[in-house]
Design a protein around this ligand. Structure first.
Ligand code: ATP
Ligand code: MG
Length: 703
């Protein structure tokens, strides 16, 4: 892309005004403009309705009760999600563009163009219809990261069925809960999965999950690992119920005319990981979800056009409702999340496909066969956007503390890095930017949740303090900026949404002070309800601030003097030491800057004197393993004292081999605390490394 001859960088102190800060009318008009990113069959009659919770007075126990809030966007407008992701690109002559670069764990590869994707989605849609699936039916998709996962997701959307993706690594029990809770009619699975170099049977889990009370009529089985008829013959089978994908679609037409559905038609149900209790099935609807997804994908993954202001200043047009075609053409996107996480729904399935970019999907784990796999993939496909999670960055950093093998990989295609899922430790931020981002890539730290559907707060890829040499680097004219980078800062809400950081009573907290982050002006991709349990929707998110209509996210946060927002982790992860509220994540971030530490998990434990104390679990580098337990503790306490202050010094340091995490890579601090205090552990079903618990219990017992 050729850069203009001269420009002045926009002063980051005067970011684009946010329509959500102007008025409700401006905010709604903004989202109406963004909805033009989609193709609508008929336009909406009502842009937005929000019936806030209304007080019903107090109940017999003196607790104030409220009505369940109701959110609607673009009601009366009709559209088809799969048409918007696929067909319209083909109709516009971009059918030959690669939509998916698939790489399997064993090394098989396939490039699927938009035209090919259209054909496969059509056949899958016919296949579902053949099995009697119609509008409003639920379909559970229990598949690994393979093209069929994307194909069936879009096929469901095409016929108005509600999809619910379940992580392929989940147990039969976790799957059973989701099959039963959704009341799904069809389950889609594979015969087996490639996992860390071996083949793991999957169909047997699916059978077990469907053995109780449920509405399942058919199980569609994608042949991923069987390979031979004999192997296929060995897959457990219930005739009449089970059907092979390849047999289902045989002879079915490669075209399918889409039906158009009201914008408020449910698109999918996504279960929260359940770190805070029984998983909630959040319901997202079509028009609003796709609008905010398409917009935030373009804004954050740097597809928006540039404009020259009246004063001659060149800037990125943050409010544009179209993308720069050259940037769309140049982008190779890679979101490393499993397709079943909300991250992937928005920035791996719907977002990139709505934008019409090419993207990589990779089946396997990052360390199969070695931790170099991701670098190979980046090089092979010329990945420009690498969007991943802090846990993965920390493992890469653990594997390559001093950077990648010199000269071995060409990662020069990378121009944007992104992180999601947890607060990113500044150390991990720096490592990734230096070693994968060439020291210059933009870095977006996107804060959002299953509930919000797409990003709420993030730096922009063109913000100078995050990308001093980012987007405009090619021109060589980026003016030197004295602004400091702010690793791990979620910065500010995207246009059209507003957040604030408040105390219990809803008062804005002063800069530097901890509070709760709330969304006080919502965007169109907010979840509409909890599947089958509207009361839980009210109780979990809306009850606290009642008639104000603020969404309580459940995360702690603070702002700095410039008004930029830092996320401090879940409210439950905050430690209160002698009245000082400390963030576990801040302590962890300090610990991982010590050369002895690879990863840290900090939890609160009760203390008679101070209320809480912090206990630090750490995994060690070679340098750390060389120290005695006593020296290690002394070194780390001194380090934290220096980095944060004496109050933050952990009461204890426990060196362990592995830190327990959820399947989506979040450190389970609650379990760490329960272990330390010898309490019975709560729900552990969403853990990726349950064995870490026993190992820790043993370490604690042996001390
Ligand atoms: P459950 O609510 O059932 O415990 P979950 O919260 O893990 O599940 P998600 O919706 O996938 O399920 O995760 C959202 C949470 O992840 C946020 O509330 C926040 O705590 C954390 N998070 C996500 N992105 C960021 C980020 N960029 N910075 C800090 N925290 C983040
Ligand atoms: Mg949550």
């Amino acid at each position: 892309m050729s850069a203009p001859a001269t420009f002045t960088y926009t002063d980051p102190g005067t970011p684009t005004p946010n329509p959500a800060h102007e008025s409700d009318a401006a905010r709604i008009a903004f989202w109406e403009a963004q909805a033009q990113r989609l193709d609508w069959e008929t336009t909406w009659q009502k842009a937005h309705t929000f019936k806030k919770p209304q007080s019903l007075g107090t109940d017999a126990d003196g607790v104030e009760q409220f009505t369940v809030p109701q959110i609607r966007w673009f009601e009366g407008g009709t559209l088809n999600a799969s048409y918007n992701c696929v067909d319209r690109h083909v109709e516009a002559g971009r059918g030959d563009k690669v939509a998916l670069f698939f790489e399997g764990e064993p090394g098989d590869r396939e490039a699927i163009t938009y035209a090919e994707l259209q054909r496969r989605v059509a056949r899958a849609a016919h296949g579902l219809e053949k099995l009697g699936v119609t509008k409003g039916d639920r379909v559970v998709i229990y598949l690994p990261v393979i093209p069929e996962t994307v194909i069936f997701t879009l096929a469901c959307a095409r016929i108005g069925a509600i999809h619910s993706l379940v992580f392929g690594g989940f147990s039969a029990e976790a799957l059973r809960f989701r099959v039963e809770d959704t009341g799904a009619k069809v389950l889609i699975t594979t015969d087996g999965q490639n996992r860390r170099g071996s083949v793991v049977p999957v169909k047997v889990n699916a059978d077990e999950a469907c053995s109780g009370e449920n509405q399942i009529e058919h199980i569609i089985v994608v042949d991923r690992t069987a390979g031979t008829d004999q192997a296929r013959g060995a897959v457990p089978w219930t005739p009449g119920r089970d059907v092979w994908y390849r047999e289902l679609i045989e002879g079915l037409p490669e075209t399918h005319s889409p039906e158009f559905f009201d914008a408020e038609t449910p698109l999918f149900i996504i279960y929260t990981s359940g770190t805070t209790g029984k998983p909630k099935g959040l319901v997202h609807t079509t028009g609003g979800y796709l609008t905010q997804t398409a917009y935030t994908h373009a804004l954050l993954f740097d597809l928006l056009p540039e404009t020259t202001g009246a004063d001659g200043t060149l800037r990125v047009d943050e409010l544009a409702a179209t993308n720069d075609p050259a940037r769309v053409r140049d982008t190779v996107h890679w979101c490393t999340a499993d397709l079943a996480w909300v991250t992937a729904h928005t920035y791996e399935i719907y977002g990139p496909l709505l934008s019409g970019v090419s993207q990589v999907i990779y089946e396997g784990t990052p360390n199969t066969p070695t931790f170099e796999r991701h670098f190979e993939i980046i090089e092979r496909y010329g990945v420009t956007n690498y969007y991943t999670a802090p846990t993965l960055i920390r493992s890469l950093m653990g594997a390559f503390p001093d950077g990648l093998p010199a000269g071995k990989y060409d990662l020069s295609s990378v121009r944007l890095l992104g992180s999601v899922g947890e607060s990113i430790n500044p150390e991990a931020w720096r490592w990734l930017r230096t070693h994968v981002g060439g020291g210059t890539a933009s870095f977006i730290d996107t804060w959002w949740q299953s509930e919000t559907g797409s990003t709420v707060c993030s730096p922009r890829p063109h913000d100078p303090q995050f990308a001093p040499a980012g987007r405009f680097a090619a021109s060589g004219q980026v003016p030197g900026t004295s602004l400091e980078t702010k690793p791990g800062c979620a910065t500010r809400s995207v246009p059209g949404i507003s957040t604030r950081v408040v105390d219990e009573a809803g008062r804005d907290v002063a800069p530097g002070e901890q509070g709760f982050i709330v969304v006080d002006k919502i965007g169109p991709s907010m979840a509409r309800t909890v599947w089958g349990n509207p009361q839980r929707y009210l109780d979990s998110y809306w009850r606290h601030f009642g008639e104000r209509g603020w969404f309580l996210a459940g995360d702690g946060a603070k702002t700095d003097e410039l008004g930029d927002t830092y996320i401090l982790g879940r409210i439950d992860d905050v430690i209160n030491i002698s009245g000082h509220r400390l963030s576990t994540i801040e302590i962890e971030s300090a610990l991982v800057t010590h050369e002895a530490v690879v990863e840290a998990g900090v939890c609160p434990v009760e203390d008679e004197l101070t209320g809480h104390q912090a206990v630090a679990y750490v995994t060690l580098s070679e340098a750390g393993r060389a120290l005695s337990a006593q020296d290690l503790k002394a070194a780390l306490l001194e380090h934290v004292r220096h980095a944060i202050g004496p109050i933050a010094k952990p009461k204890d340091v426990v060196a362990v081999a592995d830190i327990p995490k959820t399947r989506s890579g979040k450190i389970t601090r609650r379990l760490l605390g329960e272990l330390y205090q010898g309490r019975t552990l709560g729900d552990v079903s969403s853990l990726q490394n349950e064995e870490a618990l026993d190992a820790i219990a043993q370490v604690l017992a042996e001390r």
